[in-house]
Each structure stands twice: as structure tokens, then as C-alpha cells.
Design a protein around this ligand. Structure first.
Ligand code: GLY
Length: 392
């Protein structure tokens, strides 16, 4: 960050790069930021997350200088991240008469951004989208990189499963505006969920991770971050976006194969996490209550299980595994799943993951140097990894 102004991270892609602007009080300048990025549409449609305060939503809309601004509100959760919601959004864009040269703005968390991004990618075969993430998780991960999608519910082999992000397209945003001031009203649980993705990035960065991408420094900064230190938060978001931008630039469409992880690195802990989310009986204790884990909580547990796998394979030192666990604990994320689900059920859910091929897994494994790919290690090893999180 320079001279007190917002930080800018460039996502330099072959076809169309874009900036991620990170700072404080940016939402009220959204229109000016769009214009500075060369976005001067006739119409703008804003998809708004009802979880975002009206003050923030109105400030965003008022700042837009387009002649026609339309808006629609959406209450989104994993349960409603569906084709039905996608259709609602597509209908809104049609009713708003949004044309190819117009603009869609997504103002909300990662789930809204994923579905709004998909609607923008499909409407008239693609209209530009500006992502304004309002959760930490969306700022450091979901809003950057152009992945969009909705979930599918299906009964597979007589087991009802939620197939996460099973339907989607790559549709890169034209601009991302991350205003950390909007995190002031974010529930602490949501903040902790975003920190799980930051820990994932620090593991990917490896032992040479700089600033907030150093696991020990990140763990040490948790009290400040959870306590609302906005300067630390801007730094956290900026450095995490830098890490993610570098990974996406190297492998925009996740086409890396073989041993080089490419963008697959960002799936670290996620095959475990998606299995936890897919099994509706899973519970973690959050704020003293047993609850079905949110995505970030499942990612924290997935990182712990993946770390057990890495150490078992001799790729991850006990010291680095300990640093991962300490960071997850310092973020106040759950480190165990409550009894009630067994490893066999979770392994079966893992094998339904969209990254599995013919039921065989290809996992991202943390190593002492960063991450590497691991071929399906088999049920016995997976059971052992799961035992690191299935507890009391
Ligand atoms: N969230 C994983 C990715 O963007 O590839």
C-alpha cells in the first residue's frame, strides 16, 4: 500500500487483466473506481446481499454514475446457491434490459458473488461484472479468479449429497473492490471463516511466505485481526490477494496436470472440507453450540486432515504441521468434528467431489515447502487423516 491510498493488486491475465482495489471507505467511490477502470456502462444492475447494511448498499448505488441503475436483493446461503436462484438473477437481468455493453455489480459475500458472477457470465453469453466482496472470505478468495457456480443436490448411491459448485463457468471480473470497512458489521463467525482461507494461502506460500503469509506471524496477528484492526486487515487482504493473483495468473483455468499443482493448490483442504459440508450430520461447536460447519470452518478442519496426510507421507514436518494447527486455533476455528459421522461416510463423500475422477481422488497435500499433489492414498490412509479431526 502506498501513500495512504488504497492498495491495488493486478491480476495479469492473458486476455483481460483487472485490478483488485483494497482499502477503507471504497464503497462510496465505487462509481469513480469503475470509471477509472474504463467501465462506463449505460445500465448497471446491482445484485445485493440482504446481509449487507442498507447504508453500504445505498452508498454503492448512489456512487454509480450510470444512467439506469437497477437493483435486486438476495438472501443467499449454501442451501439456496442453486439453479433456482440463478434463474431469479437471470430474470432480473432480462427485466433490467441489461445489454452486452452494460455492467453487473455483485455486492455481497462469496455465495452471492459466485451466483451473480455465473448470471453475468451467462446473460447474453457474458456481460462484465464488478465484484464488491463484503466478507473476508470473499475478499481473499471467492471474488478473485473468475470461478462462478451453483450447487446441485442429488441422491447418489442412495445417499443425499450436496454437490458443491457442480455447475459453473470461468468468468473473470472486470474489477474487484474490497472495502475492509464493510467488515465492521460482519459476524465474528464469518470473519473466522475468512481467516481459514488466509491460513490456506500461508501454507501454499511455504516457509518463505512474507508478511501475513508467514504462518507464525499470521497466528500472532489473529488477536488484532479479530479485534477489528483495520490497518492489519487491509494488509491481510492485500497480501492474500497477491498470493491468489499469482496462482491464478500461472494457471487461469486450472488446467495444470501432473505434479505441478497450478491453481489446484487453492483446493488445499477443500476435498476434505466439501465432504464435511456435504454430510448434513456433521457438527462443530461454534460459540458454545453444536452447528453444521460453514465453509471456512470446514476448510480449517480440512487443513488439519490434510496436514495429517502430509506428515504421514513424510512430506510435512511436525513443526510445520504444528504451525498450521496453531494458526487455526488462534483464529478461533473449530479443530474437531463432533462424534456422529464416521470416516467411511466422509471418504465416500470425498469420492463424489467434482475433482475426483472415476471415484479416484487427486489431493493437494501440504509439504514443508508449500504444497504438492498426491494420488489417491486409499481408504486406510484417508481414515487416518480423518482421525485427526473426528473427536469429541
Ligand atoms: N477458490 C479456489 C480457486 O479460486 O481456484
Amino acid at each position: 500500500m502506498t501513500g495512504g491510498g488504497p492498495a491495488r493488486v493486478r491480476v495479469a491475465l492473458a486476455e483481460a487483466g483487472y485490478d483488485v482495489v483494497v482499502g477503507r471507505g471504497l464503497i462510496a467511490s465505487l462509481g469513480a473506481l469503475c470509471a477509472a477502470a474504463g467501465l462506463r456502462p449505460t445500465r448497471v444492475h446491482v445484485f445485493e446481499d440482504v446481509g449487507v447494511s442498507e447504508r453500504v448498499r445505498n452508498a454503492a448505488v448512489e456512487s454509480l454514475e450510470a444512467r439506469h441503475v437497477t437493483r435486486s436483493e438476495h438472501r443467499l446461503a449454501e442451501r439456496t446457491k442453486s439453479i433456482v436462484t440463478l434463474e431469479d438473477m437471470l430474470v432480473s437481468l432480462a427485466q433490467a434490459k441489461v445489454e452486452r455493453s452494460d455492467l453487473v455489480v455483485s455486492l455481497g459475500g462469496g455465495v452471492l458473488g459466485d451466483v451473480a458472477g455465473l448470471a453475468a457470465g451467462l446473460h447474453r453469453r457474458g456481460v462484465r461484472v464488478v465484484q464488491c466482496p463484503t466478507t473476508l472470505l470473499a475478499m481473499v478468495d471467492a471474488s478473485v479468479g473468475g470461478k462462478t457456480g451453483v450447487n446441485l443436490r442429488a441422491s447418489i448411491d442412495d445417499t443425499p449429497v450436496l454437490l458443491k459448485n457442480a455447475v459453473g463457468v470461468f468468468h473473470q471480473p472486470s474489477l474487484v473492490v474490497a472495502d475492509v470497512d464493510v467488515l465492521e458489521s460482519l459476524p465474528p463467525r464469518e470473519l473466522r471463516c475468512g481467516l481459514a482461507e488466509c491460513i490456506k494461502h500461508a501454507v501454499i506460500a511455504g516457509p518463505t511466505g512474507w508478511g501475513m503469509l508467514d504462518l507464525a506471524r499470521l497466528a500472532g496477528a489473529m488477536p488484532a485481526l479479530l479485534g477489528g484492526d483495520r490497518t492489519a486487515m487491509v494488509r491481510l487482504v492485500e497480501q492474500n490477494v497477491q498470493l491468489k493473483a499469482g496462482v491464478v495468473e500461472g494457471d487461469e483455468r486450472e488446467m495444470a496436470s501432473g505434479d505441478a499443482p497450478g491453481r489446484r493448490a487453492l483446493n488445499l483442504g477443500h476435498t476434505f472440507a466439501h465432504a464435511i459440508e456435504a454430510c448434513e450430520s456433521t457438527r462443530v461447536v461454534v460459540e458454545g453450540e453444536p452447528r453444521h460447519p460453514q465453509h471456512g470452518e470446514a476448510v480449517g478442519l480440512g487443513l488439519i486432515a490434510a496436514a495429517a496426510l502430509g506428515e504421514h507421507a513424510g512430506a510435512l514436518s511436525a513443526e510445520r504441521r504444528g504451525a498450521m494447527t496453531r494458526a487455526i486455533s488462534a483464529a478461533g476455528l473449530p479443530t474437531t468434528l463432533q462424534r456422529g459421522v464416521d470416516a467411511a461416510t466422509l471418504i465416500s463423500a470425498m469420492r463424489q467431489d467434482k475433482k475426483a475422477s472415476g471415484g479416484r481422488l487427486r489431493l493437494v497435500m501440504p509439504t514443508s515447502q508449500g504444497v504438492s499433489m498426491l494420488d489417491d492414498p486409499g481408504d486406510a490412509t484417508l481414515t487416518r487423516a480423518w482421525s485427526a479431526v473426528i473427536g469429541g
